[in-house]
Design a protein around this ligand. Structure first.
Ligand SMILES: Cc1cc2nc3c(=O)[nH]c(=O)nc-3n(C[C@H](O)[C@H](O)[C@H](O)COP(=O)(O)OP(=O)(O)OC[C@H]3O[C@@H](n4cnc5c(N)ncnc54)[C@H](O)[C@@H]3O)c2cc1C
Length: 467
């Protein structure tokens, strides 16, 4: 089979042994597998030929983009029988249609390259996340990635109008339509988005573009509690309307980690409050107009005692600095050591009570641990992570407490109508939890879809659905 693969993609693009190693461990270094080989096709036709060959030999395919996923979805198992299909060579921007405000790109394009190509055409592609320099648009769509601009522009699903997909049988579905309205039966595009490589291989996508804002201004504010942050969100939505493009929560523990591991990043405000919010306003008029709107909002918030302190960025560089602080939190957490991650979402109206009550339970159950709570509060999405106490070996803490901690947090989320995976997906990390929290009818429907599109279970088996 390796010889047949070499015929399709060329010798240099079939990697085995140590050459494959970098593809076999996930970004968080929590999963390491062993693949049959890594294959790197150059175009959709080659992907289709590889899929056909895999079907013929009964070999399963683990599709991989930038390998930045956080749930082990792109890592093979340890049997040396699964093929990693890397789309890293498929990086063409096929078309930019400014009159239709769309662009069509291949799945292996880095998210940052997509943003830059849109910018060159004087448009905005708003999907934005800290991994944008390494993750691919195919991976973003396969995980329905969220990021920092969902509040205004929606997640990856909302930004995609059409897909090109190679099926488990190696057929090519040409669904690259740039239509905003198309009610012709079941929406196949939406089935593949968020399916984490278990239903098909996304090879290209048609994406929505937006006008570039004339100005972007950010503010960094201090608050006494999460309830105040939720109040500030309501006020900001009312005063800034669609101009509000970012609303990120950072609790004291998350900023303390950034300060400890990246001391060169000066904090805009003294670190003496329980929580902070980074707000971003995108304005169609001008920077002075945006500054004026922000000043009025923050004056009102101060007057109503919703915030206790605030700094408005005075330049683009300062705005970028504020964002860098926020984006450094997951990196600082990784520097600090292993931690128990939760990527949850809740109705915004229930978040303050959730944080207060579950935060207290975690403190009581795992004394000395640190709740690193940050994330996209504007979307009801928190990264509600537990860092081991300073004095304890992090690996031992994780091994002993992860299961209990996950059950405590996820049961509480489930009871309040929330989700155990807001934006990172299920992969292998949460496959058992999915089976536990989804209703039987949901699982039956999901299994039927999987069976219809991948009857031999060759596409990323063991991810999302356990069986
Ligand atoms: C520092 C950091 C910050 C992050 N911040 C965010 C954030 O704010 N919001 C957020 O949503 N996520 C975030 N993520 C995780 C996020 O899911 C990934 O960064 C990204 O969406 C995955 O893209 P990728 O190309 O790296 O995919 P990979 O990791 O390679 O793959 C992810 C999954 O998609 C599948 N897949 C990949 N490409 C394809 C394809 N072409 N066709 C079919 N299936 C495919 C894989 O099989 C796997 O199941 C962050 C990650 C890091 C490391």
């Amino acid at each position: 089979m390796l010889d047949e693969l070499r015929e399709i993609v060329g010798d240099a693009n079939v990697l085995v042994g140590t050459d494959a190693a970098a593809y076999e461990t996930d970004w968080r270094k929590r999963y390491t597998g062993k693949s049959l080989a890594v294959v790197r096709p150059a175009n959709t036709e080659e992907v289709a030929q590889v899929a056909k060959l895999c079907m013929h030999h009964g070999v399963s395919i683990v599709t991989q983009g930038g390998n930045t996923g956080l749930v082990g979805g792109a890592t093979p198992d340890g049997t040396s029988t699964q093929l990693i299909l890397s789309l890293a060579r498929m990086t063409h921007i096929r078309e930019i249609d400014t009159a239709n405000d769309t662009m069509t790109v291949e799945a292996g394009c880095l998210l940052q390259s997509v943003q830059e190509a849109a910018e060159k055409a004087q448009r905005l592609f708003p999907l934005s996340l800290a991994a944008e320099g390494s993750c691919t648009i195919g991976g973003n769509l396969a995980t329905n990635a969220g990021g920092t601009q969902v509040l205004r522009y929606g997640n990856a699903r909302e930004l995609c109008l059409g897909l090109e997909v190679v099926t488990a049988k190696g057929e090519i579905w040409h669904g690259l339509k740039g239509l905003r309205k198309d009610n012709t039966g079941y929406d196949l595009r939406d089935l593949f988005i968020g399916s984490e490589g278990t239903l098909g291989i996304i090879t290209a996508a048609t994406l929505k573009l937006f006008p570039q804002p004339a100005a972007k201004v950010t503010a960094f504010v201090a608050l006494n509690d999460i309830a105040s942050a939720v109040q500030l969100l309501s006020l900001a939505k009312a005063e800034l309307a669609a101009g509000l493009t970012g609303f990120e929560l950072m609790n004291a523990h998350s900023l303390a980690l950034v300060a400890a591991h990246y001391p060169q990043l000066a904090m805009p405000l003294p670190l003496e409050s329980p929580c902070y919010v980074l707000l971003e306003l995108s304005d169609a008029l001008s920077e002075p107009h945006a500054q004026g709107l922000f000043e009025r909002l923050l004056e009102h918030a101060m007057h109503h005692a919703i915030i206790t302190n605030a700094a408005i960025a005075q330049s683009l560089a300062q705005s970028q600095h504020f964002w860098l602080i926020r984006e450094s939190i997951p990196l600082a957490q990784a520097e600090e050591g292993l931690n128990i991650k939760h990527d949850i979402s809740l109705p915004i109206s229930r978040i303050a009570q959730f944080v207060e009550s579950v935060g207290a339970q975690l403190e009581a159950t795992f004394p000395g641990s640190r709740l690193v709570n940050f994330g996209h509060l504007g979307d009801g999405n928190l990264h509600f992570n537990l860092q081991a106490p300073r004095s304890v070996d992090h690996a031992i803490f994780l091994a002993e407490n992860q299961e209990r901690c996950n059950a405590l947090v996820h049961d509480a989320v489930h009871a309040r109508g929330g989700s155990i995976s807001a934006e990172h997906g299920i992969g292998q990390l949460k496959a058992a939890s999915l089976a536990h929290y989804k209703s039987e009818i949901e699982l039956v429907m999901m299994r039927s879809v999987k069976q219809a599109l991948d009857p031999q279970n060759l596409l990323n088996p063991g991810k999302v659905l356990l069986k």
